[in-house]
Write a protein that binds this ligand. Structure first.
Ligand SMILES: C[S@@+](CC[C@H](N)C(=O)[O-])C[C@H]1O[C@@H](n2cnc3c(N)ncnc32)[C@H](O)[C@@H]1O
Length: 383
């Protein structure tokens, strides 16, 4: 296999991690052979010497006497994250017993030989250390929004691309289908194109959906997947018809980022959730969307709800938890509540002092977070 082809394979298999970290390409056959030799070694010092010489060959190519870095000779190749591979070798070098050294060694060998993924994503669990881009903590303090490519962030009330990015890496496989019931400016679908997931989204406001379509088209569709924006009301739109048109029966990930009631008025349309007359009405409209859409989520798959709370007449309205309850009432399993910080907008920064003063006077706290609530559709969920 040529170096160029191998690099391409690496990009396709490891997705994001490969882009941001240096990689090393190994001759699979020779590396496996070397590891086997080490595994049959009885003397820990000799074993460590062999591992040490591998490590030094990574730093200085000409020290590669065995040729495990020679990808031009016969045999398959394998790409690994360079820093992770080196640290695995170091872990072996630091062990005190031969049993432990062999344990780490055989784990490393398995990672080179085999791929282990589960049903809902493409993460190779034998090489889980290479995925430190994937967040597993429930508190997300995000820096700047990703404004690369088509993610220009023009829409007031959009979410940062890192949200759908994280959700798709963890809860979908390449080629799966994602449905965003409040697609707005199309952030989810732009991310679908980047990560090779198919997706469609529903947006009530025709002007917004037109603008989203144009923007999504600007994102390179290198995985040749399908993305579609449909103008309509997520409470009533016929999802089955959309799925039929694409020849599918279900989606594998559902994302909802509804208006946080009336915090931002998205239109004057009475079907718009941001125009609900009160919290009860808002929750009932949100519940209608859940009822209309979730029957098409495949069992065992995930539903990510992105929502924030609001103040009304000096009282904190826990919209997030109210919406969570709407979903739970319908038999979904709560998997996580992620608390994510708000990005500070330029406008707000100017008003920071004023808000602080108001907070001190009024006895309240200034919103700095929103939620990503994660639900799983289990076998007893409705629909
Ligand atoms: C918070 S925004 C979503 C933003 C989106 N995540 C993005 O990154 O651009 C909510 C969107 O829901 C839309 N919306 C409100 N009511 C709707 C309904 N009944 N059906 C479909 N979309 C609706 C609004 O027009 C708005 O664009």
């Amino acid at each position: 296999m040529k170096v160029k082809e191998t690099k391409q394979l690496l990009l396709e298999n490891l997705e994001a991690p490969a882009r941001s970290y240096g990689s090393i390409i190994l001759n699979k056959e020779i590396t496996t052979q070397l590891f086997e030799e080490c595994l049959s070694e009885k003397n820990i010092e000799i074993l460590k010497r062999k591992i040490y010489s591998m490590k030094s060959a990574i730093h200085t190519y000409k020290n590669d006497k065995e040729g495990f870095l020679n990808i031009d000779s016969n045999g398959d190749t394998v790409s690994l994250r360079r820093d992770v591979f080196i640290s695995e070798l170091e872990q072996i070098l630091e062990t005190k017993t031969i049993e432990r050294a062999k344990y780490y060694l055989s784990r490393l060998k398995t990672g080179i030989e085999k791929v282990k993924t589960n049903k809902i994503n493409d993460i190779n669990l034998h090489r889980w250390k290479e995925y430190d881009e994937i967040i597993t903590d429930s508190l997300w303090v995000m820096g700047k929004r990703d404004v690369s490519g088509a993610h220009i962030g023009w829409y007031w009330g959009n979410f940062i691309p890192q949200i759908p990015h994280q959700m798709m890496l963890r809860y979908t496989k390449k080629g799966d289908w994602v449905l965003d019931a409040f697609v707005g400016s199309g952030t989810t679908l732009i991310e679908c194109r980047r990560l090779g997931r198919n997706g469609f989204g529903i947006e009530l406001n025709a002007e917004v959906s037109q603008a989203a379509k144009k923007l999504i088209e600007k994102e390179n569709n290198k995985h040749e997947i399908t993305t579609e924006v449909i103008t309509g009301d997520s409470r009533t739109i016929n999802i089955k018809e959309i799925l039929d048109a694409h020849g599918i029966k279900q989606v594998q990930l559902l994302i909802m980022h509804p208006p946080y009631h009336d915090i931002i008025k998205f239109s004057k349309d009475s079907r718009d959730l941001s125009n609900a007359a009160n919290t009860e009405k808002f929750l009932s409209m949100f519940g209608d969307v859940v009822d209309n859409v979730t029957p098409y989520l495949a069992k065992g798959r995930y539903f990510a709800l992105v929502i924030g709370d609001k103040y009304y007449k000096g009282e904190w309205i826990p919209l997030g938890f109210y919406c969570m309850n709407e979903v739970l009432k319908r038999g979904y399993l709560l998997k996580s509540i992620i608390v994510k910080n708000f990005e500070q907008t330029r406008g707000k920064r100017n008003q920071k002092a004023l808000w602080r003063y108001r907070a001190l006077v009024g006895g309240f706290y200034i919103f700095k977070h929103e939620y990503i609530m994660l639900f799983k559709k289990n076998s007893i969920s409705n629909g």
